[in-house]
Every structure is written in C-alpha cells, then in structure tokens.
Design a protein around this ligand. Structure first.
Ligand code: AMP
Length: 135
C-alpha cells in the first residue's frame, strides 16, 4: 500500500519517533505548526476516525494522555490542541488516521476558526435533524 505513514511504521522512511507501543506510534510532524507538533497514530492502517475500531481509538487517546505532559515539558508549552482531519474537506492529506497534538503558546498568534452566527430556528432545525439520525 502506498501510505507514507505505513512506510514510516515499517522503517522504510525516516521519522523523529518519540514513542511506540504494540499498537500506537508517535513522531514529530515533518512540517510543524509549533515546535513539538506530533502525530499519534495506529500502527495498523485505517483510513480515518470512522474506520477505526473503538478499542484502538481508546489506545490512541490513552497514548495522547500519556505523551502530552512530556511534550508540554519538552517544548515549554502547557497547553495544546488535539485534532483529527477527517476526510478531504477537513484537510486530511494522509489517508491513515492520525491525531495532531499541537503545543500552544500564549504568544503564538494562531487564532481559532471564525464562528458563524445562525438564526435560532436554523440552530433548532439542525439539532433536530442530527438527533433523529443518531443510531
Ligand atoms: P493531515 O492534513 O491531517 O492529513 O496531516 C498530515 C500531516 O502529516 C501533515 O501535518 C504533514 O506535515 C505530516 N507529514 C506528511 N509526511 C510526513 C512525514 N514523512 N513525516 C512526518 N510528518 C509527515
């Protein structure tokens, strides 16, 4: 399979690895948003969050909780963003599920996305539509 992360996991491509266990690996993002930006991903190939078995998602989030304090201390940033780009419209480029852990500094000038204001009846309609579809 032509997956850059699978190649890293198999040792065919280099990376700056910070952690691995039986099912999870973490290495520095090659193009960091801030210093200490790491990717945390399953060693097995899954396309995205919806594809990934729940017990493996648990392992991933437990790894995030384990690694975050070391990353924070290592780069001197107490706070971080944790994110998943899920699908092309969200900006997912590498088709192998990965969490981005991005250390944040009060002075880094990275602002959150702008919020929209929707009319209350539209908000109500959206919530009702979604609620009906939860299985
Ligand atoms: P995404 O847009 O969520 O798919 O993010 C993919 C991320 O993988 C980007 O932030 C890239 O900088 C990062 N990336 C791509 N290739 C490599 C690589 N060989 N080693 C480390 N990070 C990579």
């Amino acid at each position: 399979m032509d997956c850059v992360f699978c190649k890293i996991i198999q040792g065919e491509l280099p990376c700056h690895k910070i952690y691995e266990d039986k099912r999870v690996i973490s290495f520095l993002d090659i193009n960091p948003i801030n210093k200490g930006h790491v990717l945390i991903l399953p060693k097995d190939h899954y396309l995205n969050l919806m594809d990934t078995p729940p017990d493996l998602l648990k392992d991933l989030i437990v790894a995030v909780q384990k690694l975050a304090p070391a990353i924070s201390e290592g780069v001197g940033a107490k706070d971080f963003n944790l994110g998943v780009n899920n699908g092309p419209a969200s900006g997912q480029i590498v088709a192998h599920l990965h969490f981005h852990l991005i250390p944040r500094f009060l002075t880094d000038n990275l602002y959150p996305w702008p919020g929209k204001t929707l009319a209350d009846d539209e908000m109500k309609r959206i919530a009702e539509n979604i609620k009906k579809l939860i299985v």
